[in-house]
Every structure is written in C-alpha cells, then in structure tokens.
Design a protein around this ligand. Structure first.
Ligand code: SRM
Ligand code: SF4
Length: 563
C-alpha cells in the first residue's frame, strides 16, 4: 500500500486522534507509521535503541522519547523532581536537557506512555505540541531575574504558548481522561486548521545585547528593547530563521532570520499569530524539505512578507530599532537575581543528566533541588540554572554539589563550556553518526591542542551534530562538525561567536580522529595573527578559506615529506 503523505494523515486524524487509541490497545510494542506521525504532536517520538538493535536484530527494540514543553525553560522544583523520578520508573535513567530549553525522557515503553504523561500532567507539565507541525516550545532568555520589566519579557513565552496552543482535546482524552471516545467529535482549530502547519514552527525571545537563545535561527525571533529608564519599549521582530539542511541538496539550507520591523508589547501576540497563519497558508505542503517558514521568506522576499503580515494584523510596523551588539551570556556560575537571592548556572555536558561513577550529577541535582526547593531553568545551551537560592544557603548548596562531585563552570575550559552536541546515536533515527557520545573526546583533543599552542583560554564555540538537520544549531558555531557518514564529518568554520553569521563548509568527510590535528595549523595561525580580542570565527572569516586551506595543505605536504 502506498504511504500516505503527512498532510493526508493530519487531515484524516480528526484533530490529532488518528488511530492512536486503537493502536494503544493492541499487543504490539510499537505504533504504525501513520499513528507515529500523530504521536509527534502529542510530544513523543517512536524510536529504537540502535545499539541494542545492532547487537540483536531479532528482538523488538521499540521505545519512545517523550519531550516536555516548558516555555522559557522554566520548571518548579516539584516539576523537575517529577521528571527525575519518571526517568527511573519509566525511562532510561537519564534526563536530557535540550537545545530548546526542554527536557526529554528516553527509553519509555509503549505500555508506560500513559502513566508517564499522567505523571507529567499531574505536575502541570504538558508534552502537547513539543513535537509535530505546530508551534514548539517557546524559548526565552532563561536567566531568573527579579526585575519586573525583564520578567514581563519572559512572560511572553507563556503568553505566546497559550495563544498558539492547539484546541484539540485528543491529548487529554487519550492520555489523561481515559473517557469513552466519541467517534464523530468535531475539532475546531481556528488558528491551525485541520492540517495544522506544513512543518514545525519555532519562536525565541531574547534581550537586546544577549543572544543566549540564538534568536536568528528561529522561525520567529523577538528581541526586547528597553528605553533609558529600563522600561520595555517593545521588540524587534525577526522572521525566517532555520538550521535544517540535507547533504547534497542545494535547495535546502540554513538561514538566519530577517529583520521585519519593531512592534510594541501589545502587538506581539497578534503579530506572531499572523506569521503562523502565513506559514499555514503559504508553506509548502508537498515537499517537507521546503516547508519551513524560511523558504517563504527566501522565495517571496522580505518586502512581500512584511506587507502580507501587515495586511493580516491590520497595522504597520515601525522601523527595526537600533540594538546594541550581541554577546552570549550562558548564565553559568553564581549571579544575583536582584531580589537578594541568587541563581547558580551549572554546566551539563551536552545536556545529559546522568550519574557516572563518582560524578553523580543526577543524584546531586535531585538532592539540591529537593533540599532547597529550588526552581529550575533549562538553557538553550543545554545547561541548568538553579534559581532562588537564599544568600544564606549558597555555601550549603556548594558543599552539597561538591559531595556529589558535580563539576562547576570554573572547573571546565572555555571550549568545553561553549560546546553543544545533539543527541544522535543511539536513539535518534536520523543520526548518520555519533555526536553527544563523542564530542567530549573531541573537546579533550581541542583542549590538549589549544594548551599545546598556549591558547588554552581561547573561547571557541564547537558544535556537533550526527546529521545535517542542525539540532545543536551548528551552522552558527565558530567550528561546526556535522555528521556526513560513519565517523566522518563536514567541518564548517566562521560562524560568529554571537550567532549572527552563518558558518561555511570548509572540509568534507573528515574522519573524527583527524578533525583536531587537521585544524591545528588553523588554530596556530589564529594564535599568531588574530587581532586583539578577535574571535576565532571572525578571524576565519576575515582571513578567508583560501588562506586557511593553504595552511592545511602545507602541513599535509610537510607530513608527507617527513615520512
Ligand atoms: Fe531536532 C529532528 C533532537 C533541536 C532541527 N531532532 C529531531 C529528532 C526528533 C529526530 C527525528 O525526527 O526522528 C531528534 C530526536 C533525537 C533524540 O533521540 O532525542 C531531534 N532537536 C533534537 C534535540 C533534542 C537536540 C538536542 O540535543 O538538544 C533538540 C530538541 C529541542 C526541543 O526541546 O524542542 C532539537 N532540532 C533542534 C534545533 C535547534 C533549535 O530548534 O533551536 C533544530 C534546528 C533549528 C531548526 O529547526 O531549523 C532542529 N530536528 C531538526 C530537524 C531539521 C528541521 C528542518 O527544518 O529541516 C529535524 C528533522 C526533521 O524535522 O525532519 C529534527
Ligand atoms: Fe538526530 Fe540529526 Fe538532530 Fe542530531 S542533528 S538529533 S542526529 S536529527
């Protein structure tokens, strides 16, 4: 039987019911391809443990990844502890912080999905819309702040989430209520319509000057602008960013968002809704590789987009406001919140919260969150912020973390601090090769080489993905390692350290063991010829790839000569 297209599956799903209920009741450990597509909207992916499958091809290795939707990365202590408890009870015993400030549980079996979702929802965490062709988790700068103006900015993550939430009751009926299902239910989705969006849709909110959410890589970006008295004036509106591309397909590409104009706080919800409807109405519903909002901007132009949006919202946008230069604050270490309390940003390598030997990260975080009842925030760099620490509790928090041997920001190098890897193997079905499991070793090599070159303090952003989909936002990194084939990567260079310029492909099919040795002459050249304070990505862009390629060729010839 011919495979149904996503559009037909969505249309026939009657508001995201599909065949989930029937298939949930059968004795299989997995869902059909069609149901799997609907399940994404409910916040889960059907996966296999690819390591286990390799070891034993006869057994069934189906399992589910469940992703929570946490606007602005915010959780209460109780909500964090619920995720932690579920990880043991139904998951793989780890928590995975994501690049979109969310938490993923891996390894949940079909029979445990309902209990997992009930537990999460009981703690007031939803997974509806965490995946699927719909508005995903809304990012906002996660730094806990007591300043009401800044809190107001973060509140937009919740306001937009509420305004763009799907209306279907399929999620609640199937997973939570357990009521008898009515066959002819009518689902009205005034915003999305019966086929939802052509593709996923991502929103991020940043403060002018701090691009910790990689605002230009989102379908919609909002950059908060304050006046001289630190009152919120409004937002610069960006649209059409996205990272995903496919190797050897030039029609797909990473793209930074365009500046559309300036909007007031009262115009935010209507404007973003308007953009969602443009995506709904003009997005490509035939070719999913060409279906993101960015291709509408690229194909029809910014001017067309602005006019279409203005006609939908009924007002004209002001000119984009001048913004200070961006930097990126990862919010790690201790910071005052502004209300006498403190927050502590703890680095989590590639977002994986797990106990490994003496490094008992998961147990230690559980202990400290529980004992001090600390709200949690997840950052877009896959790290965690522990909020609302009383001045008097700081030393106790420190010593508890030390008891579990939890690494703090002062214990790691700048290159490790900046590194991000996507999940990739063993759970991601799209992974061509490794990322999360190998980046720590690659960073070890970078650390050794940088130390050897006497630039151990070089603050270089390295991001790695197991395929070109771009889940670690590699194409805005200074060095991007993008999975190309087994253990081989395309090396991109030249992204700006603050996420405002794309990196370009520099070397292809580099075996993992050769990445750092190959880049060594480029790093040495950077040490010798950089301008005062010049970032590595800026340096690579200034000197150009011809010069950098020559350096590598010369080193290669020298190595041959010495044989
Ligand atoms: Fe992603 C698909 C993991 C952020 C672009 N992403 C996937 C899937 C679900 C694989 C699949 O479709 O079967 C991965 C699940 C792996 C696993 O086992 O957990 C996956 N993406 C992730 C996470 C967990 C990476 C991480 O290590 O943190 C991030 C979850 C974010 C969240 O909480 O919602 C994640 N993905 C991103 C980002 C970064 C961002 O949004 O800021 C991007 C690039 C930005 C963008 O969307 O353009 C991204 N993921 C993709 C794409 C390519 C989309 C495209 O336009 O081409 C896919 C594949 C697809 O959609 O077909 C994908
Ligand atoms: Fe999987 Fe590719 Fe995303 Fe990595 S970048 S998580 S390999 S889809």
């Amino acid at each position: 039987m011919a495979k149904k297209s996503n559009e037909i599956i969505k249309a026939e799903s009657r508001g995201l019911y599909g065949t989930v209920v029937e298939e949930l009741a059968n004795s299989e450990r997995y869902f059909s391809d069609d149901a799997e597509k609907i399940l994404k909207f409910h916040g889960m992916y059907q996966q296999e443990d690819r390591d286990a499958r390799k070891r034993d091809r006869t057994a069934d290795h189906h399992q589910f990844m469940i992703r929570s939707k946490m606007p602005g990365g915010q959780l209460t202590a109780a909500q964090y502890l619920t995720h932690d408890a579920i990880a043991d009870e139904f998951g793989s015993g780890t928590l995975r912080l994501t690049t979109r400030e969310a938490i993923q549980l891996h390894g949940v079996l079909k029979d445990d999905i309902r209990d997992t979702l009930r537990r999460l929802n009981h703690a007031l965490v939803t997974t509806l819309g965490a995946c699927g062709d719909i508005v995903r988790n809304v990012l906002a700068c996660p730094a806990p702040t007591a300043d009401p103006q800044r809190q107001a900015v973060q509140q937009f993550a919740f306001e937009l989430t509420r305004a763009l939430y799907p209306r279907t009751n399929a999620y609640h009926q199937i997973w939570l209520d357990g009521e008898e299902l009515i066959d002819d239910h009518v689902v009205d989705e005034p915003l999305y319509g019966p086929t939802y969006l052509p593709r996923k849709f991502k929103i991020a909110i940043a403060y002018a000057g701090d691009n910790c959410v990689d605002v230009y890589t989102n379908d919609v970006g909002l950059v908060a602008i304050f006046d001289d008295q630190q009152r919120l004036r409004g937002f610069n509106l960006l649209a059409g960013g996205g990272m995903g591309m496919t190797h050897n397909n030039d029609a797909t590409y990473a793209r930074l968002a365009d500046e559309i104009g300036f909007i007031t706080p009262l115009q935010v919800v209507e404007t973003v809704k308007g953009i969602v409807t443009i995506h709904r109405d003009f997005g490509d519903r035939v070719d999913r590789k060409h279906a993101r909002l960015k291709y509408i901007l690229a194909d029809r132009g910014v001017e067309w987009f602005r006019q279409e949006l203005e006609s939908r919202v009924g007002f004209q946008f002001e000119q984009t406001q001048l913004m200070p230069e961006f930097s990126v604050d990862d919010h790690l270490g201790w910071h005052e919140q502004g209300d006498g309390q403190w927050f502590l940003g703890i680095p989590i390598e590639n977002g994986r919260i797990v106990d490994r030997g003496n490094y008992r990260l998961r147990s230690g975080l559980r202990a400290v969150v529980e004992e001090f009842d600390l709200p949690v925030r997840v950052t877009a760099q896959q790290n965690i912020l522990l909020a609302a620490v009383a001045e008097s509790a700081r030393a106790d928090v420190e010593s508890l973390l030390a008891e579990y041997q939890i690494t703090q920001v002062q214990d790691i190098s700048p290159v490790r601090r900046r590194g991000i890897a996507c999940v990739a193997l063993p759970t991601c079905s799209l992974a061509i090769t490794e990322a999360e499991r190998v980046l720590p070793g690659v960073i070890d090599e970078f650390e050794d080489t940088l130390a050897d070159l006497q630039i151990a303090d070089a603050d270089i952003t390295v991001r790695m993905t197991g395929c070109p989909n771009g889940c670690a936002r590699p194409y805005v990194a200074e060095i991007a390692l993008v999975g190309r084939s087994l253990d081989k990567y395309t090396v991109f260079l030249g992204g700006s350290p603050v996420g405002t310029r794309l990196a370009k492909p520099f070397l292809d099919l580099v075996p993992i063991r050769e990445i750092v040795p190959t880049l060594r002459p480029v790093l040495a050249f950077y040490r010798d010829y950089r301008h005062q304070g010049e970032a590595f990505g800026d340096f690579c862009t200034r000197v150009g790839f011809d010069v950098l390629s020559n350096l590598i060729a010369i080193e290669g010839e020298k190595a041959l000569g010495s044989d």
